[in-house]
Design a protein around this ligand. Sequence first.
Ligand code: S6P
Ligand code: ZN
Length: 196
Amino acid sequence: MKTVPFTFDVSIADAILSEYDNHIERRLSAMKGQFLDAGAFQALLAQDDALLYEVYEIKRPEIAGELLNGLSIVHPGKVGDEYYMTKGHFHTVLETAEVYYCLKGEGVMVMETPEGEWSVEPLRPNAVLYVPPRWAHRSVNTSPFEDLVTFFVYPGNAGHDYGTIETQGFRKLVVEREGAPAIVDNPRWMSPEQRA
Ligand code: S6P
Ligand code: ZN
């Protein structure tokens, strides 16, 4: 772990990835139950446990006062007509925010609060996306051919709560309709009243 100030160029050359301490790979098999079309999911998995996304992190103590940061790379592809995406999560410490800066590709960030308020914001090169405290977030790559690459930074004590999203997904899904991305309702999603 680096203990002194440091800088490096975050261009997407493979060389810079060696600056990172952790490399996380998330494959199709780790996303069971996340995509709406379970049949398409099983058929794809039978062929290949494809690599959906990768995260490169700078290792820092997971405490308030630290800023965890790194790169997220979502590869292009679809399960049925639903684009490749990250699992998505709330922060365990709900009152913690996050900033994303898009370096490459095209996609969206799907977000929602525990109360069911939702938002979908575009990710394009040079877009700065502020995810306020309390908003769960998932990045979706809507390009047919290009990686979606974002830089992220968030408080060291935030933590990740994947459970809620694993259970019911996000309120909105991003699917291809007539060759273009479309936002549709997730039939699996339940309002806070339905969950109670
Ligand atoms: C962490 C931040 C990102 C995600 C990454 C992968 O708070 O939001 O580093 O971890 O984009 O997504 P996920 O949902 O699998 O953690
Ligand atoms: Zn986060």
